[in-house]
Design a protein around this ligand. Structure first.
Ligand SMILES: *Cc1c(COP(=O)(O)O)cnc(C)c1O
Length: 428
């Protein structure tokens, strides 16, 4: 696809859609409707849409359950004891990881706790965690409760980085400087990969390398990164990561999360961890022996047997990612988000009216744009919602818009612009 200068016209949007190699992927999803018209769904950062193949995948396991009962654990093309396994190569691809470094399990907040049990090991002067200010609340509660569990006060043990005065984003050099400044006190650097509020895509490679060079462990919450931006967790040397699958991965509300544990830790049986029977050597699992012997790789962190029905929906969605390929997804994403940025500037006005908090450089963001409207932001947001936009509002004054490349089109972005224009006129 050529990068042509953007034009705010239906012809231009149509032409971009015709040239889009992923255009047929929209058909693979159910698009919700409002007033008998498909909505403009810019909320894939919160809950991705349902792939049409999900029901068939789940029904296959429902039928197997009906037909075979407990024998389903050991029969069929994918016996339930192996339910998580088909997701491994695809997850590995999305994360830039080896298949043995990833596993689908539990939910995000649970996994983050489990990983901190293993990788937040405060000792002597080195007990602090460096993170970004304004992290997603669950992550804040998790870090605070983990340091308290080890006997520290969060105010003392958690160092939060804020943007410079008057700025909205963290500068990479400031993050690296902060790591160097506190290198003798830090046990861990734990941040999001893509920040949920600002949409900033952090330089995980630079952060990972800096932290590792001082033997500080480093982990990322990839909730807003997986399926959105290109990742190379293995090469970046990151110690651990976790994510959820219901945002950009479209696997369904509350569905299974996953973890990444770097190969360098995969064979170390001495890493402290909270153990469960599914993490035990699967060759000996049903011997029901007393002593825990973890499986190598990320599987050694498993606790429970696989959530088969959730994994069926997860697989339906991952198959779509495998078919589309992350490279094509990212190429389209940059164009589509660039077009949305252009349309916002064409229709909402200038710096007196709004501020785009999200970085303007494509390599520093995913598909989400965080738009702060100076006056009557909530009223404007509500009027857009009434006209068929699905996006989200975050207090005090940010609208998050996420055109996702698998099911959003350039015509969606154009329709958004027209809707903004008509609502602005009515507001006058
Ligand atoms: C969405 C999100 C969560 C949600 O956690 P769950 O355990 O899946 O409910 C946590 N952290 C971040 C950064 C998120 O974006």
């Amino acid at each position: 696809m050529d990068v042509s200068p953007y034009v705010f016209s239906l012809d231009f949007a149509r032409e971009m859609d015709e040239k889009d190699p992923l255009r047929q992927f929209r058909e693979k999803f159910y698009i919700p409707e409002k007033n008998a018209k498909p909505v403009i769904y810019f909320c894939g950062n919160s809950l991705g849409l349902q792939p049409k193949t999900v029901a068939a995948h789940i029904n296959k396991d429902l039928k197997k359950w009906a037909d075979k009962g407990v024998d389903g654990h050991f029969e069929g093309t994918v016996p339930w004891v192996d339910a998580r396994k088909p997701s491994k190569p695809i997850l590995a691809n999305l994360l830039g990881a080896l298949p043995e470094e990833v596993v689908a399990m539990n939910s995000l907040s649970v996994n983050l706790h489990l990983l901190l049990v293993s990788f937040y090991r405060p000792e002597g002067k080195r007990f602090k965690i460096l993170t970004e200010a304004g992290a997603f609340p669950s992550d804040q509660y998790i870090l605070a409760s983990q340091v308290a569990y080890h006997g520290y006060h969060p105010d003392e043990a958690i160092i939060e980085m804020s943007p410079r005065p008057g700025e909205h984003l963290l500068r990479t050099n400031d993050i690296l400087e902060k790591i160097r400044e506190h290198r003798d006190e830090l046990a861990l650097v734990m941040m999001s990969g893509v920040q949920y509020y600002t949409g900033q895509f952090f330089d995980m490679e630079a952060i990972g390398k800096e932290a590792s060079s001082h033997e500080i462990k480093v982990g990322f919450d990839l909730a807003h990164a997986i399926g959105n931006v290109p990742l190379a967790m293995h090469d970046w040397g990151v110690d651990f990561a976790t994510w959820c699958s219901y945002k950009y991965l479209n696997s369904g509300p509350g569905n299974v999360s996953g973890i990444f544990v770097h190969q360098k830790h995969g064979k170390d049986k001495n890493i402290p961890r909270f153990a469960g029977w599914w993490g035990h050597d699967e060759g000996k699992r049903f011997l029901m022996e007393k002593t825990f012997d973890p499986m190598p790789g990320a599987d050694g962190w498993l606790l429970s047997n696989d959530p088969v029905l959730g994994l069926a929906a997860h697989q339906a969605s991952l198959d779509i990612f495998a078919e589309a390929g992350m490279e094509k997804i990212r190429t389209k994403s940059e164009l589509l988000t660039g077009y949305l940025e252009f349309v916002i500037r064409e229709t909402i006005g200038g710096p007196e009216e709004f501020l785009l908090i999200t970085p303007s450089k494509p390599n520093e963001r995913g598909c989400q744009l965080s738009l702060s409207i100076h006056k009557a932001g909530k009223e404007i947001f509500d009027s857009w919602t009434a006209k068929g936009l699905v996006a989200d509002w975050r207090n005090p004054n940010v609208i998050r818009l996420a055109p996702t490349p698998l099911y959003n089109s350039f015509q969606d972005v154009f329709a958004f612009g027209k809707m903004v224009q008509s609502s602005m006129k009515e507001g006058q």
